[in-house]
Structures are given as structure tokens and as C-alpha cells.
Design a protein around this ligand. Structure first.
Ligand code: DAH
Length: 332
């Protein structure tokens, strides 16, 4: 019986050794532990046999089985530690992220230079107490022309040749119709600016484009004079351009202002560029909107945003704004 047990023990030990060599992961190791040391394990099954041995042999066989169990347990511990470490390393390797790789590149968007300039213009006038108003880009003949004292046969219409949608409906040629819409909807005093897109049947060249932007300004109150108009424009130009620019006023004609002026700006020594038409609101316009020209006066101007941007940044061709060439846009 003792020999029987010893033989079995040797077999189990051999089997353990060959199995243990094959083990490559924790799951396999656990299966092996159950197979040898589990409740019905190969080695466990030998222990009950001890009871049947005479005391001396029992002690010998007991020592044998216990030392084999300890050996297997010890190796299981060692393998477990090894495999745990190996699996940890493999996981780390699989999850490893190379922080020296270049990042995912996503182009950063920014505001179009015309938008930047418009926002800057709005900021300056809002600080002076003007409110931002708006009106439709598809306008009626009445608001775009009639109410601004430009009757149907007036030669001034030639300057504002438009794109017509249908009879009497057109893409607005300037932001001035917003003056009429605002004055018709409220009583004086009025102090607004209106930035917006305008359209004209202009042939594109370095300073003209069929789509462009204006900022309209209108201030109506008791006692306003041309001096106030000049101050507002001068203050605006000073804030927008800073030092190094010159400004000049000259006489002009607009049916909706009397007197009318145009304003030119240049970088010192550079060419003059007209940036706006301006003037004192014509009494005929006040009458049209129901204001009393004996009681209030006012002034207005229409400023070209593209031209402001061209002067500020030294851009020599208006068409660049509309070509969406990133090499151009990235510079602002
Ligand atoms: N609307 C004019 C244009 O587009 C510019 C203009 C001139 C606007 C005089 C005004 C003004 O408000 O008073 O040519």
C-alpha cells in the first residue's frame, strides 16, 4: 500500500512538472491548481488513503504527500506571480500611447476679415451710444428708392443699378432703406447703425464687387448740425485707424441728404479712397416718415466695410474678400 502511494505520488509529481511547463496564462494555472489540489484533485485524492496505513508508514507517506503538496503550492504561487506580471506588461504594451506622435490636426477656424472689421465698427459706435438695427436684403422699390427721395425717373438711380427679383422688388443697393424702416417704427430721438450686405450690378474690379457690405448710421434729434456729423466721423476714424491716416470731406450729392458729403481716407502719402457718403437728412425724407423737419434734424452716412478693411490692412483688391483663398484669409 505504501509503495502504491509512493508510486502514485511520483506519477503525480511528474505529471505536475510536465503540465506546469506548458502553462502560459493565469486561467490555465487555475485549471491546473484545481486538477491537482482541488477538492477532487489528483493529489488530494491520495490523502484519504493514509488512514489505511499502519502508523509508521502513515507518517512516511504523510510527509511525502505534504511535501509534494507544498512543492506544488509553492510553484503555483511563483507561477501566479510571474504570469500576473507578464499579463500586466502585455496589457500595458497593448494600451501604450506614444505621446511623441504628432497630434490629430484640425484646422482652427476664425472670423472672416470683413466680419472682424464689422464687429470692430459696431463696437466703436455702440460705445458712442448707437444701437444696432437691421433690415431685409430683399427690399421693395419704395424703401430702397422712393422713400429716400429717389423717384422712378431720377438720374441718381443709375448709380444704384440693382438685381431685380420681380417688379418693385430688388436686392437692396445700400443699407439706407433701414433708415426709413427704423424711423417709421419709432419716434425721435433715433441713434442707430445698421451693418449689412448690399448688391449692385457693378462689374468687378479692384474696388467694386456686386456684393459688398455697408454700415449705415442715422442720428436724429433736436439741434443736430453738420458739426456733430463731422465729430462723429472724425472720432470713429481716429478710433478705427489710429494715427497715421488722413481724412478729407468734399461736397457730393445724395437725394436723401442736404447738404451731402463724401469722405475720403488715406494712409499718409497713399492714394485717397472714398469710404462713405454722408449728409444731413433731407427734410423730404423726414416728411415721408412722419417726422417734423422743423423740430428735428439729423445726419446719416453709409460706410463701405470692404474699403475700411482694405485701408486698414493694405489690401489692394476687393475681390480677395470673396475668393475664400485660405492663403489670404489666414493673414487676419
Ligand atoms: N446710401 C449711399 C450709397 O450707398 C451712401 C449714403 C450717403 C448713405 C449719404 C447715407 C447718406 O446715409 O446720408 O451710396
Amino acid at each position: 500500500m505504501l509503495q502504491e502511494i509512493e508510486k502514485r505520488a511520483r506519477e503525480i509529481e511528474k505529471e505536475w512538472e510536465s503540465n506546469a511547463k506548458e502553462i502560459s496564462d493565469l486561467k490555465g494555472l487555475e485549471e491546473l491548481r484545481v486538477r491537482f489540489l482541488g477538492r477532487k484533485g489528483l493529489l488530494t485524492q491520495l490523502f484519504p488513503l493514509l488512514k489505511e496505513l499502519p502508523p509508521e508508514e502513515k507518517a512516511t507517506a504523510g510527509r511525502l504527500l505534504n511535501s509534494l503538496r507544498e512543492k506544488i503550492q509553492g510553484e503555483i504561487e511563483r507561477l501566479k506571480a510571474e504570469l500576473t506580471e507578464r499579463e500586466r506588461e502585455e496589457r500595458l504594451r497593448a494600451e501604450a500611447y506614444d505621446f511623441t506622435l504628432p497630434g490629430m490636426w484640425r484646422p482652427l477656424g476664425k472670423l472672416h476679415p470683413l466680419t472682424q472689421v464689422r464687429l470692430e465698427i459696431e463696437r466703436i459706435f455702440m460705445e458712442m451710444g448707437f444701437e444696432v438695427a437691421s433690415g431685409p436684403e430683399v427690399e421693395t422699390d419704395y424703401y430702397n428708392f422712393e422713400a429716400l427721395n429717389i423717384p422712378e425717373d431720377h438720374p441718381a438711380r443709375d448709380e444704384w443699378d440693382s438685381f431685380y427679383i420681380s417688379d418693385g422688388v430688388l436686392l437692396r443697393t445700400h443699407t439706407s432703406p433701414v433708415q426709413i424702416r427704423v424711423m417709421k417704427s419709432r419716434k425721435p430721438p433715433v441713434r442707430i447703425i445698421c451693418p449689412g450686405r448690399c448688391y449692385r450690378r457693378d462689374t468687378p474690379d479692384a474696388t467694386h464687387f456686386p456684393v459688398f457690405h455697408q454700415v449705415e448710421l442715422l442720428w436724429v434729434e433736436k439741434g443736430l448740425t453738420m458739426a456733430h456729423l463731422k465729430w462723429v466721423i472724425e472720432e470713429f476714424v481716429r478710433q478705427f485707424f489710429g494715427p497715421g491716416y488722413e481724412m478729407r470731406f468734399s461736397a457730393d450729392f445724395f437725394p436723401f441728404t442736404e447738404p451731402s458729403a463724401q469722405v475720403h481716407i488715406r494712409r499718409k502719402g497713399g492714394p485717397w479712397l472714398e469710404i462713405m457718403g454722408a449728409g444731413m437728412v433731407d427734410p423730404a425724407v423726414f416728411e415721408e416718415v412722419g417726422y417734423d423737419p422743423e423740430e428735428v434734424t439729423g445726419f446719416a452716412f453709409g460706410l463701405g466695410i470692404e474699403r475700411m478693411a482694405m485701408l486698414k490692412y493694405g489690401i489692394d483688391d476687393i475681390r480677395l474678400f470673396f475668393q475664400n483663398d485660405l492663403r489670404f484669409l489666414k493673414q487676419f
